[in-house]
Design a protein around this ligand. Structure first.
Ligand code: MUC
Ligand code: MG
Length: 385
């Protein structure tokens, strides 16, 4: 029986390299929630649970994620044999409803410890082994200005870092947004794939106009055009337009995946480990997509290095990843919190090879950037269930 004996959950605030303008918030920094835990056999596991824009993107905030872990999840962990990660997460689910991002952080730390214990990378544990060692990574153009976005895209192409660009729209009028996308696609031409993320910003009527014009402008897909719960509208839009819809905010785990697939509400899934409730649930979302003939894209909550490595380990094991990924989170930040940064080369992210996540935290950087400014200490876990 292997127990969690100590845990530390903390928030790290890191500035972004430029303002990142989304329909619901403008990010100037990212608040990363990290979990470090130690197990009774002396292994340290690390995990991350990060959201976007405080409480504006979803139901969990950085502060709420930390509270859910410290107050409700850690006491359950104390009574679990954590070498059995799926059983542990099942037990946590009995005591803690929802809170997918908090659960993802804890599950990631347990899987990291399990991988280190067995001496294998997470891709060998969660998906039955990796099928790729690298994959393409999109960059999000979200400066809020068309000329700046074109210059940024040109620089990324020149550096051979990204040739897929996701444009954040949904804040301005449909006409203005489409003009912005069309100008960028015209400048980049066949050198790049241009996609948009509306982040739920449109009504069905807006989406009908917008999707038709975006298809004409050469845009390759439309992510989450309408509200998270507007599945009937997504079904109607998918049936009316040849440009594919990608589900993001609508997709909070396997049940949503099944319902969207059954309703033909999207042709692509943006799979996120955080929104799904962890790697194990995200893996099931991938299986449902595969069975339903839905294309896969590896999504991000703009996590730092730990969450990005965890996502990479899972995406490396998906049999198909037709739409690539957007695992660029660490590149949007001014500071690196890993001892060895993740490697981005030739338009791709290289999946780490070491045991567990294959990454480790830079303790000096954490001490500097953690919000509570305390020295990092692991706290004893006391049982409650
Ligand atoms: C989202 O909605 O997809 C991913 C990339 C980015 O710039 O924002 C996120 C969130
Ligand atoms: Mg999105």
């Amino acid at each position: 029986m292997i127990r969690v004996t100590e845990i530390d959950t903390f928030i790290v605030d890191i500035p972004t390299i430029r303002p990142h303008v989304l329909a619901m918030a403008t990010m100037r920094s990212q608040s990363i929630v990290l979990v470090r835990l130690r197990t009774s056999d002396g292994i340290e596991g690390i995990g991350e649970g990060t959201t976007i824009g405080g409480l504006s993107y979803g139901d969990e905030s950085p502060e709420g994620i930390k509270l859910a872990i410290d107050t409700y999840i850690a006491p359950v962990l104390a009574s679990c044999n954590v070498s059995r990660v799926a059983a542990t997460m099942e037990k946590i689910g009995k005591y803690v409803a929802g809170n997918h991002i908090a659960k993802c952080a804890v599950e990631t730390a347990l899987l990291d410890a399990a991988g280190k214990r067995l001496g294998v990378p997470l891709s060998d544990l969660v998906g039955g082994g990796r099928v790729r060692d690298r994959f393409p990574v999109a960059w999000t153009l979200a400066s809020g200005n068309t000329a700046t976005d074109i210059a940024e895209a040109e620089a990324m192409l020149e550096k051979r870092r990204h040739s897929i660009f996701k444009l954040k729209i949904g804040k301005r009028t449909v006409k203005d947004d489409v003009a912005h996308v069309a100008a960028i696609k015209k400048a980049l031409g066949d050198r790049a794939s241009v996609r948009v993320d509306v982040n739920q910003g449109w009504s069905e009527t807006d989406a009908d106009r917008g999707m038709a014009m975006l298809a004409d402008a050469g845009c390759d897909l439309v992510e989450q055009p309408v509200g998270r719960h507007a599945l009937p509208a997504m079904t109607r839009l998918s049936a009316r337009h040849s440009i594919p819809i990608m589900a993001d905010e609508s997709l909070h785990g396997p049940t949503d995946a099944f319902n969207i697939a059954a309703a033909a509400g999207a042709r692509i899934f943006a799979i996120k480990i955080a929104q799904s409730g962890g790697l194990l649930s995200a893996q099931k979302v991938g299986a449902i997509a595969e069975a339903a003939g839905i294309g896969l894209y590896g999504g991000t909550m703009l996590e730092g290095g730990v969450g990005t490595a965890a996502s990479a380990q899972l995406f490396a094991a998906f049999p198909k990843l037709d739409w690539g990924t957007e695992l660029f989170g660490p590149l949007l930040l001014t500071e690196e919190i890993l001892t060895e940064p993740l490697r981005y080369e030739e338009f791709a992210l290289i999946v780490p090879e070491g045991p567990g996540l294959g990454v480790s935290l830079d303790k000096d950087k954490l001490a500097h950037f953690r919000r509570d400014r305390t020295a990092p200490v692991l706290h004893a876990v006391v049982g409650g269930n």
